[in-house]
Structures are given as C-alpha cells and as structure tokens.
Design a protein around this ligand. Structure first.
Ligand code: PMP
Length: 433
C-alpha cells in the first residue's frame, strides 16, 4: 500500500485476499487493481444511476462509468428491460437476427465513416479486426500508432501502449514477438513533423494509421486540428487506411464520435463501450469497398461464436435509441465545463501545479503544470500527488479513475448537485484537509 492509501474496508480487504489466490493480481483486468495508487481495490456489490456501492456498504459517485459505457447511468430502466426481454427469448443462437440489423442501422446512421459494420464482442476485437482488414485490403503490412494510445490487447498494438500498460510500467508487453510488433511504427501524438517524415520515408508500405481521436488512455489528451488534417491528407495521398479508434469517444463526445465533432472522416472506425450499453459488444466498420473484404463477402477472415449476441445487441440498441431520442450531449458539455472549472480552481487555490484537459464528459486533472499534448508530457506528471488526490476523493465518496493515465467519465445523471459535491470534495482534498 502507498502512504496515501487509507485502511481498506474489511469486506473488500477479505474479498481481495481471496481473489488474489484465484486470479492474477486478484482481477480480470489490470486497471481495476488500484496498482498505481497502492492499496486495496473496492469490491462492488451494485450500481445505480450515478453511484457505485461497495460490499462494505459505502456509496460513491462514479467517475469511471465502467471505463466509458455507462453514459445513461447504471441500471437504466429501459436498458434493463430490453436486456431482460432479450434474455427470455434465449441468450445465443449462432444464427442471424433482425435485431443485429437494427443495431447496424443505428450505428451507420450515427457514425459518418461507417457504411457497413461488423459486430464483435469487445473493443480489442474491433481494433484487431480493423487492422487485419486494413492490411488485407491494402496488401501492405506496416501500421502507425501513437505512444500512449491504447487499442486493447492486440499484439501488434501493445507497443508504447497507454492505459494500464502505461500505468503499471508495461507499455511493451512481454509475450509480444518481434514478428507481431515489427511492422508497428510508434510516433508521438500531435507531432505533425514526425508524421510527415514517416510517410515520406515509407508511405507506400503503410497499411493503416490508428489513433484515439481524443485520447482517454494517457489521461484525456486533445488532438490539434492540424494533426487530424495532416493525418487525413497523408493517408489519402498514400492510399493508407485511416482508422479512428472511437471505442471511448463513440457516442460519448458526440453521437457520431470525435469524427463528427471535428469534421474529419476516417476510412474505418472501431467502437465498443457505449455501443454495447454495458454488455460485451464492440463493432468495426467503414467504407463499403473496405468492409466488403471481410469473409464471406471477401477473403479477410473474422468471426465469433457470440458476435451479435442478442442480449448485448438489445442493450446497445436500447442505449443508442435513448441517446438519439433524448440526447444528453449539451448537458454533458455544461456539466463537464463546470466540473473542469471547479477542479482547476480547486487545484489553483491549493497551489498545486496542474492542468486540466477535457472534451465533453471526458477529462483529466493532470498533476503537471504544462498542457499535456502527448505521452512525454503525460509522463512528467506528479504520480504521488495524483495518488493522494485519488485516495482523498475516495474517502469523500467520490470514485475517480485510479490512474493519472485514464480519463474520467460521467453520465447524464451526474447533475448540478453531484458536480458541486465533487468540486467541494476536491477543494478539501487538494488543500490537504
Ligand atoms: N480502444 C480504446 C480507445 C479503448 O479505450 C479500449 C478499452 N479501454 C479498447 C480499445 C479495448 O476495448 P476492450 O477493453 O473492450 O477490449
């Protein structure tokens, strides 16, 4: 445990000790283990609206939202009803359903770049598949990614990776062979010159460029418009596939994701999180001429026993329907602006060097006085100060992401009163009270 972690609640402590004997690190995904801030992860019993409840009976305002999906809040009544109705008709068929076409229509209508789409089971499957299709379609091998961006645990993309890989000091995972990662070029986010040089040197060998069009996985980092425009121009000019990984940003920063927000249309897009309404579902899509390379329309292989699962599709479809009929984006923007201003003022009042980066309902309070635009900037943050902030907020009933290198997310149910409560807590915590 770090010096800033308080004594763990008894039941979570016991649950963690048991889990540690059963699962590596006691968890099924590393970001959950509170590894960077030390101490015992809180075991969750249930969630409702904007709140998480741990097994010791504490309530927390939730600022991770399952790391992105829960934009409507937890256990949203219509989504739960849709899941229940679907489950009662059987949980998996391995044969096509009309509901899959319904969700595909909702995705295609919302996301500018997607003319055809495939449903998969996770964000990782979406990026892994999109990369294979881009390589298959172009007949090229190389791929450009950016340091600190995370695209799931795809071998070729687990290089200079963000999220828990960055947090826990494993940006280049053991087990990824030179064969799997040798065609991956890593560049610095927002660096136009590096991009131009890479394309000048080997543009005709580059199958794809993949990026988070707003980064969440090194903390929230915003792309410069010039960076996005250069990406679009160079990939078009060299016949490379531009892939926006909108697993976090899709239906989060705008219905059509960052591509709608910035008005830059990629060739392919990957989705996850919100598109599955809190169930395991991802998607990848793009121009018809690219997507028709996928088997059985074309020869690029990609499949899944549970792909298009009826229960997951029901959750995703119900979520997208609500987002369309009753869009939360203006409110999320207002609450986001209020929270960002409040955190900024609280850190300023406490004399703590910091900067805040935000797009809509994604943001990060960086313990770094300079604006963070790439991984090297993020890496210069004061991790100990972050750890003290995290544990201080937990003790006040506010559950923030447990790493400096993750964006916070909030839902449409985080109202004015909850944002005020959060800012008040931050004032006290940052002032050391
Ligand atoms: N891409 C991005 C941008 C992500 O944030 C994530 C997950 N945090 C993934 C891909 C991988 O998605 P999953 O965890 O569902 O495999």
């Amino acid at each position: 445990a770090s010096t800033s972690s308080p004594a763990a609640p008894a039941r979570s402590q016991a649950a963690f000790e048991r889990a540690l004997r059963l699962m590596p690190g006691g968890v099924n995904s590393p970001a959950r283990a509170f590894g960077a801030v030390g101490g015992t992860p809180l075991f969750i019993e249930r969630a409702e609206g904007p709140y998480l409840f741990d097994i010791d009976g504490h309530r927390y305002v939730d600022y991770i939202g399952s790391w992105g999906p829960m934009i409507l809040g937890h256990a949203q009544a219509e989504v739960i009803a849709a899941i229940t109705r679907a489950a009662e008709r059987g949980t998996s068929y391995g044969a096509p359903t009309e509901a899959e076409s319904q969700l595909a229509e909702q995705i295609i209508e919302a996301v500018p770049s997607i003319e055809k789409v495939r449903l998969v089971n996770s964000g990782t499957e979406a990026t892994m598949s999109a990369l294979r299709v881009a390589r298959g379609a172009t007949g090229r091998n190389k791929v450009i990614k950016f340091a600190g961006n995370y695209h799931g645990h795809v071998d070729a993309l687990l290089v200079a990776a963000g999220s828990a890989a960055a947090t826990l000091g494993a940006p280049d995972s053991p087990g990824v062979t030179p064969g799997a990662a040798g065609d991956t070029l890593v560049l610095s986010y927002n660096d136009v010159t590096q991009l131009e040089n890479a394309f000048a040197a080997e543009g005709d060998q580059i199958a794809a460029v993949i990026l988070e069009p707003v980064v969440g996985n090194m903390g929230c980092v915003v792309p410069a418009m010039e960076f996005l425009r250069t990406l679009r121009d160079l990939t078009t000019h060299h016949g490379s596939v531009l892939i926006f990984d909108e697993v976090m940003t899709g239906f989060r920063v705008a219905p059509g994701g960052a591509q709608e927000l910035f008005g830059i249309t990629p060739d392919m897009t990957t989705l996850g999180k919100i598109v599955g309404g809190g169930m395991p579902l991802g998607a990848y899509g793009g121009r018809t001429d690219i997507m028709d390379n996928v088997l059985p329309a074309g020869k690029v292989y990609q499949a899944g026993t549970l792909s298009g699962n009826p229960v997951a599709v029901a959750a995703g479809s119900a979520t997208l329907k609500i987002l369309k009929e009753n869009p939360p984006y203006e409110q999320l923007e207002r609450m986001g602006a209020k929270l960002a201003a409040g955190l900024d003022a609280a850190a300023t009042a406490a004399g703590i060097p910091h900067s805040v980066t935000r797009v809509g309902s994604m943001m990060t309070l960086f313990f770094n006085p300079d604006r963070v635009t790439c991984w090297d900037d993020a890496d210069r943050c004061d991790r100990d100060a972050f750890g003290r902030y995290f544990w201080g907020m937990i003790q006040k009933g506010i559950y923030m992401p447990c790493s400096q290198f993750e964006a916070l997310f909030f839902s449409r149910l985080h109202d004015e009163a909850i944002i005020d409560e959060t800012i008040d807590a931050a004032k006290e915590v940052l002032a050391g009270e």
